[in-house]
Design a protein around this ligand. Sequence first.
Ligand SMILES: [Fe+2]
Length: 383
Amino acid sequence: MATVAAALRRRSLRPDELSVPSKAPKTFPCVYEPGESATLSDVTSAKESIRADVMDCGGVLLRGFGIDDPEALEKLVESLGYNLMEDYTPADVVRSAVSKRVFTAADAPLFHFIAPHHEQSYSVKRPGIILFWCKKPPAAGTGGETPIFYTKELLGGFDAATLEALRTPLVIGRYYHSKEWKPSRYFRFLIWLSHFVVKWLALPVQNLEHHPPWQTVFHTEDRSVAEQRVRDLSSGMSLSWSPDGGAIFSAKVPSIVKHPVSGEERLTFAAPQWSFASFQACHEAMDRILPLSRWLSFRLRAAIADGLYRMFGRPEYVTVDVNGKTNPFAAKGVEAIWDQAVLFPWKRGDVLILDNVSAMHGRMPCTDRTRKILTAIADEYTV
Ligand SMILES: [Fe+2]
């Protein structure tokens, strides 16, 4: 175990700090909190210990240090030696910048569930580190955790044939609407009605996920600029156009990559978000771990909120899974991932530092609209 500055306490999350019991290692995440009179400079002095724990344990939670603005977060993260990134392109959810290098984690409606994923694992260039900062925790009992998943040892559970399939780069793709799509009022009503019924009956759905039009994803209205941005990212990525003005983004990425620091093989993938079968399995796995009262409340509220959102919101959020069924991982590994889930209620000022190669994250549905969790990414690497 690394040496910790005397002013800090290093511990595991206590059972009473978890939303549901967890089977993940107790040190995921490793918690640092101030002792009697610790200051932020004590966190900086514990830099080597914190960085080692992020690597070894998969994540570190800094709790009780009173981080209260994005600039303070940036300063802290840089003092720990992480190289914050300014560009979040391409992003498959809408984010807003709150400072130069701190963003909203996702602007999708809070009642939507975000399935586990390694950040930007659809890209060959990815952040090695992802950070979450709790500016305003959701009220107790309203959900909204950022579930984290320990994936460091996930590869051990697969047979040789599956491992071989996962090492082979796979083309994943997604269709994004154009902003031009403007159905009639009558059609919108029918869409709303059908989605409402689907949600009400708790049917597994993929197309109710919130995804932006391509203009938002690639931060431009110009097709050639969007194409150039994709080309700049990697030769393995491409953008093509559908007759209705939508964009089809595809990428060829391996699911098994080498850790940029340790060189060990790790499973990193976005399957639950990009494959229908996996997303469906994720919903079922989430349902199983939630207490019944919370599950019922989520289903009921989500149905009402989603219906209203769709009726009065903008009809721009349908994503079509172009090849979900071809992913060899598909639903198979979802169970193993949820087995390693950790859900803890946020506290104001919490900073979570995750090794984006050894841990996944997602978002539990939340009914408190005032929840504010911000994010930053650092230490880009290429697979
Ligand atoms: Fe994410």
